[in-house]
Design a binder for this molecule. Sequence first.
Ligand code: ADP
Ligand code: ZN
Ligand code: ZN
Length: 740
Amino acid sequence: MFAEVSFPISSYQTFSYKVPEHLTSQITVGIRVKVPLGNRKVNGIVVGISNSSSFKGKIREIHDLIDDQQVLNDNLWSLIKWLSKYYNSPLGLAAKAVLPSNLSTKYKPKVEVLVKALAVKDFNDSLGRAQKTVYDHLKSFDDSLPVKALSDFCSNPKDICNKLAEKGLVSLLDRPIIPDLSEFAFNTKNKKIVLTQEQNVALDKMVSCMDENKFNPILLHGVTGSGKTEIYIEAARHAIKINKTVIMLLPEISLTPQIAGRFRSAFGNDVALWHSKLSQGARAWTWKEICGGKFKVVIGARSAIFAPLKNVGLIVVDEEQESSYKQESPNPRYHARDVALMRGKLDNASVVLASATPSMESYYNYLNGKYEYIHLKERFGSAKYPKVHVVDMIKESEETELYGNIFSRLLLEKIEDRLSKKEQVILFHNRRGFAPILRCEDCGEITMCPHCNIALTYHKSGKYLQCHFCNHTKKSIPSKCSSCQSYNLNLSGTGTQKVEDELSNKFPDSIVKRLDADSVRSGINLTKTLQEFYDKKIDILIGTQMIAKGLDFANTTLVGIINGDTGLFLPDFRSGEKVFQLIYQAAGRSGRGEIPGEVVIQTYSPENPVIKCATELNVEKYYNICLEERKALLYPPFSWLVKVEIRGKNITELEKSINNIKNRMIDPPKGISILGPALCYREKLRDYYRMQLILKSNKELDINGTTLHKYYKSIMSKQFDSEVTSKQRLIIDINPVSLL
Ligand code: ADP
Ligand code: ZN
Ligand code: ZN
């Protein structure tokens, strides 16, 4: 018997291996194996089995299996094949996304040794002093103790316990050390939940799909605070009741502690968490236990969509508009929302795409009848929508004659007012660090990252400059301009650290905390800060997009948006949509409890339609404007896109390669247009220049994107790889979320 094996490499080639006698009964398609390749042993996945092999050379043997139980079922295997085909990714790579190579069901957690005294009558043998002390101590307990815990009684508890065991006085037992799963879930107060009629209508839709084993995608469009999370919890309860499992995707690590807390208080240890801050041990253990069927619910980031759960009945994609659901690198560059839909289709699950600000794609799909649509228009209970104040920062500067001020008078006044009532404030600013740029006041030169074409950000805590793309760090701040040698350098712009600094000066008696990628390197810090804010031990929470969505704090009655315009002018067709969603979501953190809330939005462009609609909290109006624009320019959701990008250090060679590729794209079918080649907006990252070509296909002529797919494949088959030199990288992105 022979097996075809695919490896997690960027080649589509597969390799033949002999299946040794003792493994023949266990080898099936979709099983992971360890095999020799060159002079290494590597992991691969079996993609085919046959009785003969056409390969003429020497065929080597499979060495071993990676897992000791079946991980993939037919549906997950189909999902891998779909990923590979749809995202143009070799099977081995697609398989690796689903079955990460450092995880295996053979994982054994570390163990600790427990010791327990045995009841022994008439024991005559004499014991040494240390043995006697330990034995007497153990006898006073009914239960077993970790051997390590005896170090107060003797210097070598392990030896002593072994000796006592030899004499038959104690028993020793290995206990696996299970990771502490409560670490990322904070305690939420239990309250009585009786779903409203509106919520029940939504729930019934999900429940009936599950009962009928029917795939039925639902767009749950519920305003912030409408009680979407309570609906997921009830839907999950039903799934578990009928023996199905649940995947709940969250776009941002900062949402995990609260949502996980709410789910854990409903389902206890049936809930697994899956995100980037898990330790390697916790990750390995969690995965193994998911395979073994211990968990009913997996809550996590985008890769949780691949959780090897069996019989998935419900998949929720919370904040489905978030771009973090898209994997930019490595290949497969999948979008977890699309994978969720495909997995739901294969598993006949109920798939809920939920948001207060749906993506244009999902909204458009609803308009076209592709999704069931549920609209929750009101906040739960007595909570009302917050009152929004817009501050024109240009006018503010003119009136106060203070330029570059972080806080307007109105915002300060409102903060003061809320603090005096013992209510809490969230300030949102989507720039981390202290000051985004170091600029020469004489010649205008900005200190850039030497590897990327991007300004370095000043971090005050460690007094260093850092690139937010490649993390390049400059320990000493230059004292003079590299271009004109002037000493007149100035830090300009505002990051969250500066907001925190100024705020602490202005409100010295208040407790101010910051949540951004710099302050929460560890998950524990994150959970702690969020729990403290929930317990009202923090007055003002400052943060980046991390705190803009999903969080539910009833006592927060004021949200301040320091600069509503951040990101508005980036040359990407999605920048308006993103800014709108962020402002709307951030505003949604205010007034979620009984006390009515307010929002202060500071902007330099109050007349900009994006800002205007956002400040009116008018989703429909903005979405209509946005869809009109997209339609006129034929951008998604009115077209399908493929981005062909090449990276290289030598810009002349790069231009040559990309032009050669462009020259292959002759006579595209009707409806397909080709944009570029052009330098990307972020033209140099990590020492590599970037150029791109965009293929765009009109949906009216290409409803499912198959024409674009075929066209693109046909060029692929002419190997446009061959145009790319070994020093360059070719990146193909299907449905890219960003063209920057
Ligand atoms: P969303 O996820 O839509 O932003 P949440 O589920 O966080 O909204 O609900 C907002 C608040 O209202 C939460 O504190 C939640 O517990 C509460 N809530 C929602 N529905 C109910 C209900 N039926 N009974 C009691 N409390 C509810
Ligand atoms: Zn200068
Ligand atoms: Zn850099």
